[in-house]
Write a protein that binds this ligand. Sequence first.
Ligand code: GLU
Length: 510
Amino acid sequence: MSQREVRVRFAPSPTGPLHIGGVRTALFNYLFAKKHGGKFILRIEDTDSTRFVPGAEAYINESLKWLGLTLDEGVAEGGPFGPYKQSERKAIYKQYAQQLIDSGWAYYAFDTPEQLDALRAQHEAEKSTFAYDISTRNSLNNSLSLSDEETKARLLSGESYVIRFKMPENVDVTARDLVRGEVTFNTNTLDDKVLYKSADQLPTYHLANIVDDRLMEISHVIRGEEWLPSLPLHVMLYRAFGWESEMPQFAHLPLILKPSGKGKLSKRDGDKDGFPVFPLQYVSPEGEVASGYRESGYFPEAVNNLLALLGWNSGTEQEIFSLDELVNIFSIERVNKSGARFDPDKAKWFNHQYLVNKSDAELAQLYLPIIREKGFEPSLETVTTITGLVKERVNFVQELWEQSYFFFEAPSDYDDKVVKKRWKGDVPAFIGEVAALLETATIWKAEELKQQVSDLITAKEQNFGGVMNALRLALVGGGFGPDLFTIIELLGKNETVSRLRKAVEVIPAS
Ligand code: GLU
C-alpha cells in the first residue's frame, strides 16, 4: 500500500464561499501531492441540493487559481476518473447502496420526516436524545422490523425511503490518523446514518465520499478536523464494502481558531474584526459583501505562506517559504494536533515580508495604476525611486499612496498634533529663511542641501531637530516619510520653495 501512487483530493461542497480553513485544506493537499510526485484532484461534492449556492463552484476554482494551486484532475481539467462533480455521478451510487443492502450492511427505512420529528420531540421532553440506532431501529419503520413482503410491497408502491447503514453491535474499531495516531471507538456509540435517499435519488455525503475516494483511487484523505467524527462511520463503510485493507490513509488537520484562541474561526469572524476570512471578495446572492485576501491587497504567495504555518511547522526558525520550498519540506508528521490561532497582525506581517522582498521596479508597476487614478502621470523611473524609499513602511501596495502622496501633490492640510508641537516660536520665520537659502542653491543634491541648511541652522543658533521636523511638516503635511533631504531633492527647487513659503503663510503659529 505504501507503494501506491499518491492521489489526494480537495472535496469542497459548493455551499458558499470557501473559507480560509478550506483553502488551508486545499493547500496541504497540494503540498502533499507535489511533495510525493502525486496528483492533486478537485472533486465537487454537491449532492446536498438544499445547500447548493450558485457561483460557489466558480469561486472555488478562482481561489485555487489565484493561489497557484494547480489541479491535475478536476471538473474543468478532466482526467481519467471523471466526472469530478458528484451530481454528474448520480448513476454510480445507487448500485453501491444496493450492494450494502444485499450484503446485510444496510436497510430500507420508511419513517417519514414527521414521524422522526415526533420521536425527537418526545425524547426531548423526556430529557434524552433520539438516535436511529441499534437500540431503536427494530421498533421503527424499516426493512428490519417489517416482513420481507411488506418491504417489497412498499418499495413497489413507490413509497419514499432512505437507505441506512446498519451499524454492527459492540465492535471496537481502531483507525489510524496520520496526525493523531490511533483513534479507537465502539460501534455502540454510532447511529445508523442515512446513505441514500429515494426522494432525490441521491447519496448522502458519507456514501458518495467513500465510493468516490475508492473509485478515484485516493491514497490519502487530508481534511479538516471537523470530519474526524465521521471517521468511524467511514472506516465501517470501507469494511462493509470489503475495501478496508485498501482504504486511504487519513490525516485530520487541526482547526483554525479565532484570534482570541477561543473557538473555531468562522465565516462570521473577520470583517467585524477587520480581517478577511475568504480568499476572494464574496458577494452573497442577497448582495452582502465579505472582504477577500485578494481585494485587501494580499499577495497570493503571502497567503499560501501564512496558511501553511497555521497547523504545520517546519521545525526551524524560518517563516518565509515559497510554494516550491513548502513542497520540498512539507510533511504530515509536522502537522500539529492542537488548534492554530489565527493572528491578523501576523497575516499582515507576512504580506509585508513579501512586499519588501519584491524589487522596487516590480512594486512600482503595481503602484502606478493607483497614482494614475489620482490623476498623476509620473515616469516609471520616478515611481520606482519613490517606492523604494517608502516600501518598508507599508504592508500593502495600496498603502503606498498615504506614505508617498506628497511626492505628487502638495499637502492640503497639516497634522494638528505636529503643528502644535513643531510650529512655534521663531521656527516659522526661520523656515522662511531656509526657503530663501534653498532658492539660491545651485546644486540640487540631498547631501549638498543638507550641508547648507545645517550651516544656516548653526549660524542662526537654531535647534536642528526642531527645524527638520518643521520642514517635514511644511513639505509632507505631517511627521512621517523617508529622509527629508531625499524628499527635497526629489521635489525639486520650485516645489520645495513654494511648499515652504505656503506653510509659512498658512500654518498658524502656536
Ligand atoms: N464535502 C466535504 C466538505 O465540504 C468533504 C470532506 C472530506 O474531505 O471528506 O468539506
